[in-house]
Design a protein around this ligand. Structure first.
Ligand SMILES: NC(=O)c1ccc[n+]([C@@H]2O[C@H](COP(=O)([O-])OP(=O)(O)OC[C@H]3O[C@@H](n4cnc5c(N)ncnc54)[C@H](O)[C@@H]3O)[C@@H](O)[C@H]2O)c1
Ligand SMILES: O=C(CO)[C@@H](O)[C@H](O)[C@H](O)[C@H](O)COP(=O)(O)O
Ligand SMILES: [Zn+2]
Length: 398
């Protein structure tokens, strides 16, 4: 058992990956599976046999992997017990309407209460399909085959599903554990560099709050997973460490009875940043900016030394991620984000602040983060990224 031995609760290593057993009886596995769509590989099929399966893919994933997926399902299931539908991706399509569209496809495919929805894609596909599965027939099983780095290290290890709504990120959703989460490293080979960087942001998040060694690996190898990186062993270990650390963080608080969560690091300002940018700024990029702002606030609040703050923010930039964006990094918008977070967390701010590389704490109270502190943090980051008032240069994410 990787976490405190007790009544079997915790996260343990399995031959395929990891298994989480939470105190509320939730049990699920997160597996690394080489060749997941190889017809002789039973890893996915073992969960599908005897069931009616509706697979959902994004257009890009269908183009790249749709033939393999259809060949695999055709090999293991009768023709009338499986189907594949393409659904849109992108935050603008991560909506209740798209989740309802999936439910309509399930009805048309005669998916019954013992049926199964199969999300093959990144986090947006998984969030939409998982939420649809939580609603369809009052809840049916679903499987995540995660094809992005964010999907494999973050979306695939938790129980959150959901869609955007009423101008807010992830406003509508459900805790709905998948019956399986399968992660084939080969999918990452076709992932665009920007999507890789977004996944590295979520890995950096969990490294900062939990694991100085994982942080040092990213600091030493900022081009991991990028073309030419040629470090497959390091990459596999980084994915496994990130999976394990996130599962250990989630295990005892899977359905967030405690709203002070270290995995919220990078997720206080980021939801508002994503929405205010019209989703020009991706999830991982917004998390990166949030981590930089939160680190500067940590130092201003006396919780993090300037040297450790600079080491952290330097690494965000070395990974090719933004630390500032002139359009959305404004005092009023970040104040709006703090107010949203305060409501999202039961009228407590619970801003996660790094206290060292590999450790973090909280600024629990809203009043601990005055406008002056936010303004100073933004001015420091604007100067660092060449966006100080009057300068023409500066990082642009477009
Ligand atoms: N549920 C959770 O716990 C959780 C955790 C973290 C993030 N999220 C959510 O995840 C979303 C971001 O996830 P994402 O970045 O994976 O989004 P995504 O699903 O939109 O995938 C990103 C893009 O990459 C493409 N793609 C997917 N796999 C590919 C591959 N192997 N090769 C080439 N292209 C590929 C997709 O078609 C898409 O265009 C956000 O909405 C965020 O809120 C959820
Ligand atoms: O982005 C997500 C979940 O959507 C994760 O990376 C992140 O660590 C945490 O789950 C955050 O708590 C974000 O949660 P939420 O705002 O999506 O509910
Ligand atoms: Zn996230």
């Amino acid at each position: 058992m990787l976490t405190e031995p007790g009544d079997g609760r915790g996260v343990r290593r399995t031959p395929e990956g990891f298994e989480l057993r939470s105190g509320d009886g939730t049990v699920y596995g997160v597996d690394l599976v080489d060749g997941v769509f190889r017809p002789d590989n039973p890893a996915l099929a073992r969960h599908c046999r005897g069931r009616t399966v509706l697979a959902l893919v994004s257009p890009t994933v269908d183009r790249l992997y749709g033939a393999d997926l259809r060949g695999y399902l055709g090999h293991w299931l009768p023709a009338d017990r499986w189907s594949v539908q393409v659904i849109p991706t992108g935050e603008d399509n991560k909506t209740l309407a798209t989740a309802d569209l999936v439910c309509g496809y399930a009805k048309a495919a005669a998916v019954d209460r013992r049926g199964l929805m199969l999300a093959v894609g990144g986090g947006i596909t998984a969030d939409i399909v998982g939420f649809a599965a939580s609603m369809y027939n009052r809840g049916i099983a679903h499987i995540k085959v995660n094809t992005t780095l964010i999907g494999q290290v973050d979306v695939g290890v938790g129980v959150k599903t959901g869609v955007n709504g009423h101008g807010s990120k992830n406003l509508l959703g459900a805790y709905h554990p998948a019956v399986a989460s399968l992660n084939d490293p080969a999918f990452l080979r076709t992932l665009p560099a920007r999507e890789i960087r977004c996944g590295l942001a979520e890995i950096l998040k969990v490294a900062v709050i939990r694991d100085a060694e994982l942080f040092a690996t990213l600091e030493r190898h900022p081009r991991l997973f990028q073309p030419g990186s040629a470090r497959p062993e390091t990459e596999r270990r980084v994915v496994e460490d990130a999976m394990r650390l996130m599962m250990q963080e989630l295990c005892s608080n899977l359905r967030e009875h405690d709203l002070a969560r270290l995995v919220d690091f990078g997720h206080t300002f980021s939801p508002v940043i994503e929405v205010a940018s019209g989703y020009r700024i991706g999830h991982g990029e917004a998390v990166a900016i949030d981590m930089a702002v939160s680190s500067h606030i940590a130092t201003l609040a006396g919780r993090l030394t300037p040297e450790r703050r600079d080491r952290l923010v330097d690494t965000v930039q070395r990974l090719g991620l933004p630390v500032f964006d002139p359009e959305v990094c404004t005092g009023p918008l970040l104040r709006q984000a703090l107010e949203r977070a305060w409501l999202h967390r039961g009228r407590r701010l619970n801003l996660v602040v790094p206290t060292a590389i590999g450790a973090a704490g909280f600024l629990h109270d809203y009043d601990e983060v005055p406008d002056s502190m936010v303004a100073t943090a933004l001015a420091e980051l604007a100067a660092r990224s060449g966006n100080a008032a009057g300068s023409l240069s500066g990082a642009s994410l477009a």
